[in-house]
Design a protein around this ligand. Structure first.
Ligand code: XMP
Length: 605
């Protein structure tokens, strides 16, 4: 019997909060399958779940237009857990009152004292550190609810109606800063009566059935980039359907890392997969990208080229396109970030979601075996499929490859508001630093909305801790800035940096590829490759006074790529990168990205 039939699953109602995915992922880590559902989902749609969790939101539930839930959900007779906004909304829709408290809000660590007993807090200390982030708060409880936990600034930090099994927490149990958060979520799953069946084994059983059904009478082809997602998907499909019915296409699009195509091919051959073809399509991709500067256009072109090259390869191999479905290694967060959940803005189009692919999806010609999994689950599946450690722990690499790390420009410097320059100066100069706003833009995500704004550049001797604080202060208060970089090398004054007309060219790619290669080698050599989750290297259309192109290093740590923190590398590693990059012709100053996500995304476009 499948997890679906058994109904042992949890819905996370997404009100647009940053942590909806984190909640769903935590529930799965506890062994119960969970799905993100739209906040507008009807009670009928939600009736197949054993329990429902309401996420946070960038909205205030006091606003008229803020998202609500179907009141009939309360009659489903399943346990409900509201978190942060979800807690406030639950209390409000049950008849309580929400508004501003006596303090402006609570942000960060707080201590909760347990008040009345509750099964939600079994195994929890009488006083617990918790993580808060809220402006509004619950002022009056609805009938039937009792308070089970309070902080000095928030009387109704945790509430319960034990009879109806409805709970509300003002804090976030899903973040690691609430040390016993997992225990609380686990208690909720127990209250829901969920069996802990979710994991690689059950996933394998279910996906095998689903794929066998979806591919009945047809074969499958898949683009194999060499990243963990496509490698796991390829191995999985080979395992389920056999190598005769699967064809892997590795397209060298000219946007790969150094030596990538050979590494992929060698690995697959070593593991007995003779059903992988390599197509050299660098000229094709680079030709289509010539002269293009708009980031979304670049993504569209790259996505569409993959399909065109596939069609050509099919022709060359004499394969009947009607007999083959396209498989993609898309994972769960990719499907959500691109489509944009109901209350979250579209961040950027994932290359697996460009129009021609959406058309194929609509026609039932695409299968996505990993579409329900988070990255950590894909890795776990990779382990159970017997993939080697080094391959499973490769850094994620975006489908459009270096194409999204080579920033382009038509050379027109974007205007920067004068007030923002003054505001930036006011933040950095008292601390003895210099800062400027760069005349280009990168993607960010702030308050669940997509931003396309300027990076600020900080100079001066500074500790990582101080830089972290400065970065947050700057992006919180300067409207036209969504990202902050710290200058590692060079002596240029801000006015000496020049924005240039720059597109995707072989020459620029080669420069970027060389620095990227230096970085990857340095991380392996220092043993930091696996402590860093991902480290994009970004080539800017910005040159210093000698005409050298500026390059950004962006090492981050993350759990699911939905949120990320910049990470300081060891000084010796940075020095190695600086020394080796200085020897490359055409490379100018190096910048270190000190932005977390939010407000900056991991990639720059
Ligand atoms: P962002 O930049 O949105 O990235 O914080 C989150 C994760 O997704 C990867 N990424 C992509 N992967 N195709 C992909 O296969 C894409 O178009 C794409 N865009 C971003 C990014 O590298 C990070 O791991």
């Amino acid at each position: 019997m499948s997890v679906q039939q058994k109904n042992h699953r949890i819905a996370v109602l997404d009100f647009g909060g940053q942590y909806a995915h984190l909640i769903a992922n935590r529930i799965r880590r506890l062994g119960v399958y969970s799905e993100i559902a739209a906040s507008s989902a009807s009670a009928e749609e939600l009736s197949r779940f054993r329990g429902i969790i309401f996420s946070g939101s960038p909205f205030s539930c006091c606003d008229e237009n803020s998202p609500r839930f179907d009141p009939a959900v309360l009659d489903l007779n399943v346990p409900i857990l509201g978190l942060c906004y979800g807690h406030q909304l639950l209390m409000k829709q049950c008849g309580g009152k929400v508004g501003k408290g006596s303090v402006r809000g609570e942000y960060g660590r707080a201590f909760m004292k347990r008040v009345n007993p509750s099964s939600l807090f079994d195994g929890i200390d009488d006083e617990e550190p918790i993580w808060m982030s809220h402006g509004d708060m619950v002022l009056h409880l609805p009938e039937g609810f009792t308070v089970i936990g309070s902080t000095p600034d928030c009387r109704f930090a945790a509430v319960a109606d034990e009879t109806r099994k409805i709970y509300g927490l003002q804090f976030h149990p899903e973040v690691t800063d609430t040390p016993h958060g997992m225990k609380i979520l686990d208690n909720f799953l127990r209250i829901c009566g969920c069996e802990k069946t979710w994991g690689s084994r059950i996933f394998l059983e279910e996906i095998s059935r689903a794929i066998t059904q979806a591919c009945a009478g047809r074969n499958v082809f898949l683009f194999v980039s060499g990243g963990v997602d496509s490698t796991v998907a390829f191995t999985l499909l080979n395992r389920i359907l056999g190598t005769k019915r699967v064809l892997g296409l590795h397209i060298d699009n000219g946007l790969m890392r150094r030596g990538e195509s050979n590494t992929v091919l060698d690995y697959m051959r070593e593991h007995g997969f003779d059903n992988l073809r390599v197509v050299d399509a660098a000229e094709d991709f680079l030709g289509a990208l010539a002269g293009i500067t708009d980031p979304e256009k670049k993504r569209e072109i790259i996505g569409a080229r993959f399909l065109a090259v596939k069609d050509r390869a099919f022709g060359d191999l004499g394969l009947d396109p009607d007999q083959w479905v396209l498989a993609q290694g898309t994972i769960y967060p990719d499907t959500i970030e691109s489509a944009g959940t109901e209350h979250a803005d579209r961040i950027k189009t994932h290359h697996n979601r460009v129009d021609p692919i959406l058309d194929l999806i609509r026609r039932g010609l695409v299968i996505e075996p990993l579409a329900k999994l988070y990255k950590d689950e894909v890795r776990e599946l990779g382990v159970s499929l017997g993939l080697p450690h080094g391959l499973i722990w490769r850094h994620p690499f975006p489908g459009p490859g270096l194409g999204v790390r080579i920033l382009c420009s038509d050379g027109t410097a974007l205007p920067i508001p004068g007030d923002d320059r003054i505001g930036l100066e006011a933040i950095v100069s008292p601390a003895g630093y210099r800062a400027s706003i760069l005349p280009l833009r990168s993607v960010g995500v702030q308050g669940d909305e997509r931003t396309y704004a300027h990076p600020a550049l900080i100079e001066g001797k500074c500790t990582w801790e101080a830089l972290d604080g400065l970065s947050t202060r700057i992006t919180n208060s300067i409207r036209s800035v969504n990202r902050v970089v710290y200058r590692l090398t060079g002596t240029n004054t801000p006015s000496e940096y020049r924005l240039i007309k720059a597109c995707v060219t072989v020459e620029r790619l080669e420069r970027l590829r060389t620095v990227d290669d230096i970085v990857i080698r340095a991380l392996h050599a220092s043993g930091e490759y696996e402590t860093v989750w991902q480290m994009p290297v970004v080539l800017l259309p910005l040159v210093d006074r000698r005409g050298g192109s500026c390059v950004v290093l962006r090492p981050i740590v993350s759990q699911e790529a939905m949120t990320a923190r910049f990470v300081p590398l060891r000084r010796e590693t940075i020095d190695t990168i600086i020394r080796e990059a200085a020897a490359i012709d055409g490379i100018g100053d190096l910048f270190y990205d000190i932005t977390n996500k939010p407000p900056g995304t991991i990639e720059w476009e």
